[in-house]
Ligand binder design. Sequence first.
Ligand code: ATP
Ligand code: MG
Length: 566
Amino acid sequence: MRMSQVVAPTLREDPAEAEIVSHKLMLRGGYIRKLAAGVYTFLPLGFRVLNKVASIIRQEMDRAGAQEVLMPTLLPAELWQETGRWGIYGKELFRIKDRHDREFCLGPTHEEIITDLVRTSLRSYKQLPVNLYQIQTKFRDEIRPRFGLMRGREFMMKDAYSFHASAESLDKEYRNMRETYCRIFDRMGLKYRVVEADSGLIGGGYSQEFMVLAETGEEEIFHCPSCSYSASRESAGIGEYKMSRVAGRGPLVEEVHTPKVRTVEEVSAFLRIQPSQLIKTLIYETERGAVAALVRGDHAINEAKLKKVAGVEDLRLAEAAVIKKVTGAPVGFAGPVGLKGVRIIADNAVPFIEDGASGANKEDCHLVHIAYGRDYRAELTGDIRYAARADKCPRCERGKFESSRGIEVGHIFKLGTKYSSKMNCVYLDENNREQAMIMGCYGIGVGRTAAAAIEQNNDKDGIVWPAPLAPFAAAIIPANINEKEQADAAKKLYQELRTAGVDVLFDDREDRMGVKLKDIDLIGIPLKIIIGKALKEGKVEIKDRKTGETILKEISSVRDIRGLIG
Ligand code: ATP
Ligand code: MG
């Protein structure tokens, strides 16, 4: 492509709306253009990158034995009603009505659709397993669309779904997909970590996320330095507490007047105690009645874990009126001592709090010197909080968590029969008996992967694409296009490289050299082939975007550029 023709409106300044570097650079480099919140047009450079990401994914999925299909985006409500997700998905689902008032949505994910396809297409165990995938636009009305392609409302996803006649077969395909994802992200030259994950709305059993490591990542990842355990903040378990329990031999409980002192910071400052001595007491409403959840003041409740420990599906923080009814006090003064008529669920760390403090279930009052076992008990104890740095690894029970940040680019799930049983997606086994198919599903955010690659690969001058994702492998830049000799040599090389199948950009603009180099660096082309003074000796300068290294090469030998870019 000729640079003078490429529609890539580059910007000198960082756009005000962009907070993270990939978003800034994609806008500045003329890769994307915003149409509405979370909705972007891909300009030629952006679309080339998107296609490079997609084509690596497609090659590896095909190689892994998956078959590509294309499902619709416009999806009838009935299928979503069959699994109950029409109700559960909430506002993230874009819902629309047709002219006959029939309800539809724009697909955010396709479990229902693929399950419907398979139940009406496959009958026998002999036809299983299958893995079907597509690369397609998804729609999710995210609460906070942000960071450009990272969290869009319309975005490209590769989603794959596998169907099996046995759990072993699913295990095998799950491993196949995990290895395939590793190959995909390895080929893209990305640094990533595979972490244990929470299954969220898609649900089912076991799942893992692929996290591209980057400081700006939205997700915190915990990693054990002694064993291989890695997990997202949402799902990281915490090793057992093995301290001996304090028996509560200290001073007896005392009530302290604490007017208008409510938050952990306020209370611990007022009482001159550590936040870790405070027993934070949160009242939740669930389908099984109210629950009081206890965690240490310096810890944060993980509601997904709490749901599991409490054995409930529906969990939300209680309204002020319910809190008043349960504790007898306004919000901010709840505590476990003397609390009746609710299930008390304590985090594993709570019984070990020495000389604790909490709300007194009385307005403007707290209790100090409280001890587990002596002054209060929980009906259940369990892991109901988010892990934190230095927590003990739950797998080896030796290492202490280190944390890093990452961007979730892929997610693989073992779904089991969650969808197939609700939708009657069955096969006939060897004995001609109907069995629910066992499913897996596997997603990659295509645009998000491109953005994550930039987060990991950039410098003060702009993007530094890993070669496999760059819109062009190289740019030919004549120092002065108006000098016939340089222009002719550049054109000839451009034709030769194109004929050899290299994605090459020809910077045929009349601008000054400095301007051209700045633009080419901003958009992040891995190699610059500069045709300047050395042409007199039949040579060109080849400059590596990443290392800044420059070599002089015979112009006649530049055709094997593939060797140069590895
Ligand atoms: P997140 O936790 O970031 O919202 P998710 O768990 O909702 O992601 P999945 O439903 O597993 O995501 O979707 C599969 C992949 O699609 C994700 O791993 C991610 O790469 C990508 N993805 C999800 N939501 C978006 C979005 N709003 N914009 C861009 N890519 C997305
Ligand atoms: Mg999401």
